[in-house]
Every structure is written in C-alpha cells, then in structure tokens.
Design a protein around this ligand. Structure first.
Ligand code: AHG
Ligand code: MN
Ligand code: MN
Length: 340
C-alpha cells in the first residue's frame, strides 16, 4: 500500500519495519542526514543572494581551496549528525582526521563518512552539486568513542549510502541494501517525496563521461578506450555521446537515470594523481554501493570498488562506474584485453 504522499520519513520507517532487530537508530540517522540536506539545499538555492558564495579563505587537507559553501555544508552535516546519538565517529572530506562525538553527547552504533559538498568548484556557475554519505556499523566495542578502525572498512560493509543532489530540484537518493530509492524535495512543505522506487540503471547506455584534458597523462589502456568510444557505433547505429559536468554527483546521477559510464582514472600529471583524484571512502564507495544496488558496476579498472580495503581516510581510487556492460568494456581496455 503506497501512502498518499510517500515521504522519506514514512519510507524509512517502512524499511525499518522489515528488520525486526532495527532499533530506530537507522531511521533517526537517515532523518538527520535529510535535515542537513534540506538546510544545505536552502542555502545553495539562495547562494547568489546571501554572502555565502566565494572562497572561504582556507584550504582542506587535499590542498583544495575551500568555498564558503564547503565550510557551511561541512558544519551543517557535523551539527546534524553529532547530536543524534547514532554515531560513534565521523569522517569528512573537509576534516583532516576523524571527527569525535563531543563527550557530552551519547555514542551510537554507526559511523558516517561524507563529502559535504561535491562539485564545489561549480557553485558560482549554478551547476548541480551534491552531498555524498556512507554509513557503516561500528566494529569496535559499543560505548567507547569510535576509532579509525570503524571508518576504514571495505565498501561492501556499508549498511547504507546515498547522496543529495542540489540541481533543478533537490533529490535524495539512497539505499539500505534493498534497492535504490529517490526522493524529490517539495520546498513548499519541506518534505522529500518518493519519486523513484527501486531505481535501476540501464544495462548499457550511450554516454561516456571523462575529463579528456588529461588524455596525454593517462595509461595507454584508457587512451585506447576513449579512442574506441569516439568511434564506437553500437548495433543500434547510434554512436556514443560524451558528457562531462565536472560534479561527480551530477555526472553519476545522469548516468544512473539514462545509462552510461563515468571514468576518473589515475594519471601521471602529478604523483598525487596516480590513483586518481576521487576519494574512496566518501565518493567512490557510496556511489559504488548505490550503482550495484541499481544493477550497475563500479571498479578501479581491475577490482570492484566495494572490495578495496582502505588504509587511509582520504585515500583516492581510480573510478569506473555506471552501466554494467559499459563499465566492463572500459575494464577490458584498461586491462589491456583489447585495444580497439
Ligand atoms: P569536490 O568538489 O568534493 O572536491 O569534488 C570534485 C570532484 C568531483 O565532483 C568531480 O567529478 C571532479 O572533482 C572533477 O575533477 P576535474 O575538474 O579534475 O575533472
Ligand atoms: Mn567530491
Ligand atoms: Mn567536496
């Protein structure tokens, strides 16, 4: 029975009902994330009107200049999550170390890794940006502060993951391991309303998405793939299309709905980019969880993203993600199994 307006909260409660051992902590945690998303959405949509655009003056651990909205989004996610008593620690793209729960707040059984604002270099151009989150059960004993051990788990251990995309509408897309659900924010009454149930990605698409300005710095396998993609005329006679927004969440969301493959391979432009630019814990892992739940595939070109054992909170990974058939073709080139 679909409720007359299937809101996110009602949906999460329904999902919770299916797991007798669930304690409602999960519902509270996803609700806190949704609240943070609504607040960030409000400011992203007002960004041009209030003094929240532009550089915050600081650098994050990756040496990237922080936009004011990066700092605001990070602060909003931390504030929304540390009070709820669901987490024992957090990790954010914008914070060097793991973020402890203040001693006067209750500790919970989950950890959350997040990219508070993805695609932030696009903010001033009014291009879609997003928040990405990944949730694990803690593995250290309950009742004590969480540690890096709780954070450095392989993606296949995620209990939930998702993203909020701030675009022509604000949408929250998430999975708890039983399919992918998308909710569109109705700003008139501030509720995320179910818009896509059991979302699945087409088995193959017509889009390849990669920043070709790095062509000269890629391995030969990636270059051979792009040369092929430019010429490929699949059996239906319609050649592939290149689309690149430069916001991972936006490029991923488009491919999730339309089909296609996004690639951010490693390159030799600088030693720090050998394993690519995108971070495993709060960019690759959550989107890999979503795409596999939607019937797609995600790897670093050789190993499924969800199988990678992390060793550092901010480690990067090459990312090939999207429709299963399209990702497999790209992997064949990257692995040298084909050159044309
Ligand atoms: P963030 O804004 O969180 O640092 O992420 C930016 C990432 C990702 O959103 C996007 O896919 C990628 O940077 C684009 O990088 P290039 O400009 O090198 O293509
Ligand atoms: Mn990002
Ligand atoms: Mn970011």
């Amino acid at each position: 029975m679909t409720y007359f307006v299937e809101t996110l909260n009602r949906h999460i409660i329904e999902q919770e009902r299916r797991y007798p051992e669930a304690t409602g902590a999960f519902t509270a945690l996803l609700t806190d994330i949704a609240l943070a998303g609504k607040i960030i959405s409000y400011y992203v949509n007002k960004a041009g009107l209030v003094d929240i655009l532009g550089k915050a003056g600081g650098m994050n651990i990756h040496g990237e200049t922080q936009e004011k909205l990066d700092v605001f989004a990070n602060r909003t996610m931390v504030r929304a999550l540390v009070h709820g008593g669901q987490l024992c620690t957090l990790a954010s793209e914008e914070s060097e170390g793991i973020i402890p729960i203040p001693s006067d707040y209750p500790l919970g059984r989950y950890v959350c890794c997040f990219d508070p604002l993805d695609g932030s270099s696009n903010i001033e151009a009014n291009v879609s940006i997003g928040t990405i989150f990944s949730i694990f059960r803690r593995i250290t004993p309950d009742g004590k502060p969480g540690t890096e051990k709780d954070i450095l788990q392989p993606g296949k251990k995620q209990v939930a993951a998702g993203y909020i995309i701030y675009g022509s509408s604000t949408m929250m897309v998430y999975s708890t391991g039983s399919g992918v659900y998308a909710f569109t924010l109705d700003p008139s009454y501030g509720e995320f309303v179910l818009s896509h149930e059991n979302l699945t990605i087409p088995k193959k698409g017509k889009i390849y998405s990669i920043n070709e300005s790095y062509f000269d710095y890629w391995d030969e396998g990636v270059r051979n793939y792009v040369r092929w993609a430019k010429r490929a005329v699949p059996e239906d006679g319609r050649p592939l299309n290149s689309r690149y927004i430069g916001s991972l969440v936006a490029d991923f969301h488009r491919n999730l709905l339309y089909g296609g493959v996004f690639l951010y391979p490693g390159d030799s432009k600088s030693p720090s980019r050998k394993q690519g630019k995108l971070r495993l814990l709060y960019e690759a892992n959550p989107l890999a969880f979503i795409v596999e739940q939607a019937g797609g595939r995600a790897s670093d070109g050789f190993t499924p993203i969800l199988d990678i054992e992390p060793s550092d909170v901010h480690q990067t990974s090459p990312l090939i993600i999207g429709s299963e058939d399209d990702v497999r073709i790209a992997e064949e080139f990257i692995q040298g199994k084909r050159t044309t």
